[in-house]
Design a protein around this ligand. Structure first.
Ligand code: COA
Length: 516
């Protein structure tokens, strides 16, 4: 199979997984929801954002490979409302009543982080059965952060707007409770700490949904609702009016006019090697991502298994670091460190294009200071303050994942291509290391090593590590913000750059101590 065919097959596989998220709770629950005269989560989002504007959906594969439905019963993403980019979080009530399982929580908290880090208003479209009761032990205590985040956003001057489409009870009541603006819907919204049965148990009082937590009660009597909408579309209209009146201004610099690349994005599919061991030149990818395909390479003659340079994407200036031949040596680490410092001194966001098998091992390289130099690069990535965007284009192994701004290094956004793989090391290497360690342990005890067991162990470990290295598995665990078609990379990066420019763009004033 050629590169193109191999990648197209992976993209088709990805589409099939995305379809699972789009299906929500499946036909039975979707039909029931529509019959009740209600809109689906994605329909609500579509009406909320500006007509024909893009919605950058985040983590659609959350919970992939777990017992929970793909998508984790919530839709999150960035969309434009009255010209303002906002983070939108919409419960999917067709999936187990929209209740929150551990992956729902991770996905929602990630959305809150994105709102805070990038200074984006947060709009919540709430309809949820609260905690997924069978897994409450994993979400009840950490889940408190969801409410804390709302008020911290507000304290940071980032508006929070909640529209309640149905149930928001118990802990869920604190979503409207902690939001700046609250919209409820007549005869639909239910917001109370305890429903009628719980109240009866607790105090013996007889009550009903409306008097405990209906929209009219909250609009007229308790004052928790700022607006009472006639129906769902009216609630969405009101949410749009609230955003329109925020007088929101972005704080980042304006982009320059956009220039299309000279090369078609389609041809990215021919460039990316089917076999991860065959390197490809990231300059060929960069030429398809950046404005006018103009790339001013920095230090092109030095440390050439890492490409660094300046460009623009949809008018936004960026510095790009891209792995060329997989392995990072001391020279590449020093070059990256200098480049990251330069980007910070010119307040330029950084894009990391990962395709690395990690830092070079071996006596020659250890003696040359690979630990020091790799640490330098990781220090620079850790303490850099300009926004980072990461794309995993292929391999992301070992500490290369850290140095090239993997998830733990807080890139503002991280997207993965469907061919990408990430693990502490490759499956064959990992199984081989276990085999050597086992062999040495047996020798130390004077025992004979069982070759048959060894072969079976290697096979099993290799298969397990391979499966856990794949893009959907990693995305399911929320180790990225989504798996994307490589041909969409320029558009996705542009949407992210526009979002990060909602906040100020400012480099670091200092770094930790660099070991020289
Ligand atoms: N945890 C786990 N599963 C839940 C759930 C929860 N909190 N809430 C609903 N579900 C499940 C239901 O068991 C049902 O599963 P099934 O179809 O396999 O039987 C499915 O989700 C749909 O629920 P259903 O009650 O049919 O949907 P609905 O739209 O008529 O009502 C709610 C939705 C949320 C109003 C209702 O399910 C409810 O009151 N749930 C419990 C709410 C609660 O007390 N949560 C605890 C708060 S901390």
């Amino acid at each position: 199979m050629g590169n193109r065919e191999a990648l197209l097959a992976k993209i088709a596989g990805l589409d099939a997984e995305h379809a699972k998220a789009l299906a929500g709770g499946g036909p039975k629950y979707v039909e029931r929801h529509h019959k009740r005269g209600k809109l689906l989560a994605r329909e609500r989002v579509e009406l909320l954002i500006d007509e024909d504007s893009p919605f950058l959906e985040l983590s659609p594969l959350a919970a992939w490979g777990t017992d929970f439905p793909v998508g984790a019963s919530v839709v999150t993403g960035i969309g434009r409302i009255e010209g303002v980019e906002c983070v939108i979080v919409a419960n999917d009530p067709t999936v187990r009543g929209g209740s929150s399982n551990p992956y729902t929580l991770r996905k929602s908290l990630r959305a809150n982080d994105i709102a805070l880090q990038n200074r984006l208003p947060l709009v919540s479209l709430v309809e949820s059965g609260g905690a997924d009761l069978p897994t409450q032990s994993e979400i009840f205590i950490p889940g408190g952060r969801a409410f804390r985040d709302l008020t911290r956003l507000s304290a940071a001057g980032i508006p929070t707007i909640t529209a309640v489409f149905g149930n928001a009870t118990a802990g869920g009541a604190y979503v409207p409770g902690m939001s700046d603006y609250v919209i409820m819907i007549k005869d639909r919204s239910k917001v109370f700490l305890g429903g009628p049965p719980l109240v009866k148990m607790a105090t013996g009082e007889d009550s009903d949904d409306e008097s405990l937590g209906g929209a009219t009660m909250h609009g007229v009597t308790s004052g928790l609702a700022d607006f009472v909408a006639e129906d769902e579309t009216d609630a969405i209209r009101l949410a749009r009016r609230v955003v329109a009146r925020l007088n929101w201004r972005k704080l980042g610099p304006e982009p320059a006019p956009v220039e299309e690349p000279l090369f078609d994005a389609e041809s990215i599919l021919d460039i990316v090697s089917e076999d991860q061991r065959v390197p490809f030149d990231p300059r060929d990818v960069i030429a398809r991502l950046v404005d006018g395909s103009h790339f001013d390479e920095f230090k092109p003659l030095y440390g050439n298994s890492l490409v660094t340079g300046w460009a623009r994407i949809h008018g936004y200036p960026v510095g790009i670091l891209a792995n060329a031949r997989g392995v990072l040596f001391s020279e590449e680490s020093q070059k990256a460190t200098q480049f990251i410092q330069l980007a910070n001194s010119s307040d330029t966001p950084l894009v990391f294009l990962q395709n690395t098998t990690g830092y070079m091992v071996g006596a020659q390289y250890e003696q040359g200071g690979i630990v020091k130099h790799g640490s330098m690069m990781i220090n620079a990535v850790s303490n850099s303050r300009v926004p980072h965007l990461t794309i995993t284009m292929g391999a992301s192994y070992g500490a290369g994942n850290y140095g090239m701004c993997g998830r733990a290094y807080d890139p503002r956004f991280l997207f993965t291509w469907p061919n990408a793989k990430s693990a502490v090391m490759g499956p064959a290497q990992l199984a081989g290391v276990l085999s050597i360690v086992g062999r040495q342990a047996a020798a130390a005890k004077g025992q004979e090593y069982n070759e048959e067991h060894d072969a079976a162990m290697r096979k099993m470990v290799e298969a397990q590590i391979e499966e856990q290295s794949l893009a959907p598995f990693l995305s399911g665990k929320l180790y990225d913000d989504g798996v994307i078609d490589p041909r969409d990379t320029r558009t996705v990066l542009a949407l992210c750059l526009s979002a990060v420019h909602s906040g100020p763009i400012k480099g670091a004033d200092g770094f930790g101590v660099f070991r020289m």
